[in-house]
Design a protein around this ligand. Structure first.
Ligand code: SF4
Ligand code: SF4
Length: 423
């Protein structure tokens, strides 16, 4: 497999990306992104987005599987580690999981006694990755940090505070972690069961980022744990070798496809870094377009890449597919629940198995087969969803159409697809 990777990179002209090669390994935006312009933050200050935010957050139970009090409770509980314990401004405590402040107690004792632990960067990287997996990460990579990936400003949805953002001096390395979301739960998207799968991902991010940062502080170094805040997770994850960018604007990993959540820990601990490893996903997106066909808000373009997104929520510059975050969020508001239909239908979102491994190998080695693989995926019904009652009751998992699940209270407006935001 290792030989295969080397050969593929050589064939794609990608050999030498990362350490010792061209860096950054893919085009980046020229300026830094202001977190205030991220679409969820705009829901707190932008009159265009506030109505979507209010409707999205208004709890309305419906007599429909996936949208009852049972499923809304499941979803609300899944977010609790992030919502109740994640951020200092939410908890009112420096003990918040994403706090930049070292905490009291035994970890702080380790941090303040004895000299810093010193190891060769290669060995320390292995230690850090082992620890990250122990604490709960499914995938781990390490990268240098490009200045344009760090937000220019942070924006607090709790207080409205908008402040210039700089990482602590020397924290120019990031440990990036991915967390696989539950396959069955996500297969009910866009219901609240899928929302619970997403929420569990966020709670695991907060838990694991905190533990890893506390470990690094205990070794005698600085560590800043982050969820979606502080910096753009997708280019960091790509540079750390976790995956590729996609038409739907999310990271695609080789093992889990786009069915992951991401967090990161910035540190000044000397670590060996990983390299960008394209495996054919972006190339596959050129012919696939399945997410664009299924997106209920037409937020995903079925056209070509551009260097400009649709509005201020886009981090313009790099040639890529820009997803329209406003259209996407407007659908979440109509659905009164978040959506991951694009993740659900993506051909890379597959459970483990020999057949799927063989298809992944074909995508990597034989891109000429991509159109055939897309047709096969559709013919075999992989795009279809899982009924909520089958999620609860039936492990054999019969499937249904999107229309059987969606719970929009108004019609989806029919408009021409356009593109938008994100890394
Ligand atoms: S989350 Fe749903 S609405 Fe948003 S881009 Fe994906 S499929 Fe479209
Ligand atoms: S559904 Fe297809 S086009 Fe969309 S991200 Fe996945 S592979 Fe790419």
């Amino acid at each position: 497999m290792r030989l295969a990777r080397v050969l593929r990179r050589a064939l794609k002209g990608g050999a030498g990306h990362g350490e010792g090669g061209r860096w950054p390994p893919f085009p980046v935006a020229h300026g830094r992104f202001d977190q205030k312009n991220e679409v969820f933050k705009r829901g707190h200050w932008d009159p265009e987005i506030i109505p979507h935010s209010e409707r999205f957050h208004e709890l309305v139970y419906r007599d429909r599987p996936g949208y009852t009090k049972l499923e809304y409770s499941l979803q609300a509980a899944s977010w609790n580690m992030e919502d109740a314990f994640g951020y200092e401004e939410a908890t009112g405590s420096p003990l918040a999981l994403y706090s930049w402040t070292p905490q009291e107690g035994q970890p702080q004792h380790c941090a303040s006694t004895g000299p810093p632990v010193r190891e060769a960067p290669e060995r320390m990287s292995r230690v850090i990755k082992k620890a990250a997996r122990l604490y709960g990460a499914d995938l781990v990579g390490i990268t240098r940090v490009h200045d344009s990936w760090v937000y220019s400003h942070s924006y607090s949805k709790f207080s409205g505070t908008h402040s210039p953002l700089e990482l602590p001096e020397g924290c120019d390395t990031a440990v990036v972690m991915a967390f696989a979301m539950d396959f069955d739960a996500l297969h009910t998207s866009p219901t609240a069961v899928a929302g619970a799968g997403t929420g569990v991902g966020y709670s695991r991010m907060a838990f694991t980022a905190n533990l890893l940062a506390t470990f690094i502080r205990g070794l005698g170094y600085k560590a800043v744990p982050c969820g979606n805040d502080t910096a753009l997770s997708i280019p960091l994850a790509m540079s750390a070798g976790l995956g590729e960018m996609s038409r739907m604007g999310l990271l695609i990993t080789e093992k889990y496809g786009p069915r992951v959540r991401l967090c990161k820990v910035f540190t000044n601990l000397p670590l060996a870094t990983d390299s960008y490893h394209p495996f054919g996903a972006t190339e596959f997106c050129l012919v696939c377009k399945t997410c664009a066909r299924h997106c209920p808000s037409q937020a995903i373009t079925d056209g070509g890449m551009t260097t400009e997104g649709p509005d201020l929520s886009s981090h313009h510059g790099p040639m890529k597919w820009y997803v329209d975050g406003v259209r996407c969020y407007a659908y979440w508001a109509r659905n009164r629940m978040d959506c991951s239909v694009c993740i659900r239908v993506c051909p890379f979102n597959k459970e483990e198995g020999r057949l799927h491994d063989a298809v992944r190998a074909a995508v990597r080695w034989m891109p000429a087969l991509d159109p055939l693989i897309v047709r096969g995926d559709r013919a075999l019904g992989y795009e279809r969803a899982l009924r909520v009652r089958d999620y609860w009751e039936d492990p054999s998992r019969p499937v249904c159409s999107d229309a059987d699940l969606t719970s929009e209270e108004t019609e989806t407006p029919k408009a021409a697809p356009k593109s938008a935001a994100s890394f």
